[in-house]
Design a protein around this ligand. Structure first.
Ligand code: MYA
Ligand code: JJ1
Length: 393
């Protein structure tokens, strides 16, 4: 059934009970040279931080070949600045950016990335979470012309080797498809901001109930209108001076989930300070200008495949937050206003974190996509998405 995954240290079925490592090895057991690859191909480590040209090559592979929805109408189009941000957090390992090129013309045909992450996992029996250094895998992509040639297992084995040589034995990753074996499965939800464009590109439809109105689109626009200023007093963009407070309130909020990252100050600086066109972060400041609450979102446009009027869908995705003095539905309401003001067409989210608290009131509706969460070499019971505090980009 799964020629590759059946050979890997992942739970092979939902019933597998073991909690913790599924396989134990030492660095001595790990090959010190790269996994063999077809003679016309070669391994390549792009320098995404220092070389704009290397970054552009990875960007273009993903722009043309990365994840699409089930009907191939939209394809993720992560920006250059976004990819640089996503791939170079504190302590990142350059060799974990694994690309494959054709030897003859050096064209990039495949990519997979790993970044370090500290994940707190709670034992199902209760008690304190264990914080483990893991590798977060993302951006696995094979050029459309090289699909179904078993290249993906080769990339996965090579990135595993490069992680294992540094004495790290676990990974976390997400995928839109079911593989052996998710520890949770989350559902996507969407909040229209620009219903006219969303209908034009067939991202959404005019609901049948609206046909009774004389002008259904006008009614839809009215339904999805948002205030143009924030409702919360003290709501402002996050600044460098907020890093210590945000670190402390965010780690405290994430501590209740079964699976969640823990952040150092350096990581809060990297992941959560505003970056133009990439990540948008806000705090609620008290009368002493100290952050009491925090909320953020990131920009991930998608290419609209084959529409003559629009090339791009501008989507904002909800990111981390810590709601303390105001309910999350109120904070997220201000996110809708901020995202609308910045020209986003839609806000996307998942039913992880405490997101279910705001979905209905803020008029999010279910999408047709799912996001399955996985560990590599870590047995874990199946949990509900609301027990997950990890947001993957
Ligand atoms: S998820 C996003 C994945 N990318 C896309 O969906 C982009 C568009 N699609 C493609 O580029 C290709 O179709 C991909 C497969 C690359 C997905 N995750 O080479 P193949 C298995 C894991 O002939 P292709 C993300 O980035 C498949 O079941 N495995 O297939 C997280 C089969 O195995 P088996 C996948 O279609 C990635 C085998 O590959 C996925 O040409 C996490 C066939 O290979 C998938 N998304 O290429 C990776 N899709 O026979 C795991 C298919 O057994 C990381 N397959 O069923 C593991 C941890 C590693 C580090 C460990 C450190 C300790
Ligand atoms: O965006 C998604 N679906 C959209 C478009 C569907 C087009 C036809 N397939 C959707 N739209 C409905 C919106 C509507 C707005 C008003 C309220 C009701 C809802 O459902 C989906 C998510 O739903 N996205 C995808 O399928 C993209 C892939 C998701 C998996 C990502 C895997 C990433 C792995 C890397 O870590």
């Amino acid at each position: 059934m799964h020629e590759f995954w059946s050979t890997q240290p992942v739970p092979q079925g939902e019933k597998e009970a073991q909690e913790g490592p599924l396989e134990k090895k030492t660095v001595d057991d790990v090959p010190k040279s790269p996994y063999p690859i077809a003679s016309v191909l070669e391994w390549w480590v792009p320098d995404v931080l220092e070389s704009e040209d290397d970054l552009r090559q990875i960007y273009e592979l993903l722009r043309d070949n990365y994840v699409e929805d089930d009907d191939s109408m939209f394809r993720f189009n992560y920006s250059h600045a976004f990819l640089k941000w996503a791939l170079t957090p504190p302590g990142y390992v350059k060799e974990w950016h694994v690309a494959v090129r054709r030897k003859n013309d050096k064209s990039v045909v495949a990519f997979i990335s790993g970044i370090p992450i500290d994940i707190a996992v709670k034992p199902s029996a209760g008690g304190d979470a264990e914080v483990r250094k893991m590798c977060e895998i993302n951006f696995l992509c094979i050029h459309k012309r090289l699909r179904e040639k078993k290249l993906a297992p080769i990339l996965i084995k090579e990135v595993t080797r490069r992680v294992n040589v540094l004495d790290i034995w676990q990974a976390v990753y997400t995928a839109g498809i079911v593989l052996p074996t998710p520890f949770t499965s989350a559902q996507y939800f969407h909040r229209s901001l620009n219903p006219e464009k969303l209908v034009a590109i067939r991202f959404s439809r005019i609901p049948p109930q609206y046909e009774k109105f004389q002008n259904p689109m006008q009614m839809m626009k009215r339904n999805y209108a948002v205030p143009n200023a924030p409702a919360v007093r003290g709501f402002r963009e996050m600044e460098a001076g907020d890093v210590p407070a945000v670190k402390s309130i965010l780690n405290a909020s994430l501590a209740k989930f079964s699976v969640a990252p823990t952040f150092t100050e350096e990581e809060v600086h990297h992941w959560l300070l505003p970056r133009e066109g990439v990540v948008f972060s806000f705090v609620v400041a008290d009368s002493n200008n100290v952050a009491t609450d925090f909320v953020s979102f990131y920009s991930l446009p998608s290419t609209v495949i084959g529409n003559s009027k629009y090339n791009e869908l501008n989507a904002a995705y909800t990111y981390y937050y810590s709601a303390n003095t105001v309910p999350i539905k109120v904070l997220m309401g201000d996110v809708l206003s901020a995202a609308k003001a910045k020209g986003f067409d839609v806000v996307n989210t998942l039913d992880i974190l405490d997101n279910k608290e705001f979905l209905q009131d803020l008029k999010f509706g279910p999408g047709d996509g799912n996001l399955h969460y996985y560990f590599y070499n870590w047995g874990y019971p199946i949990v509900q998405p609301k027990s997950v505090g990890l947001v993957m980009l």
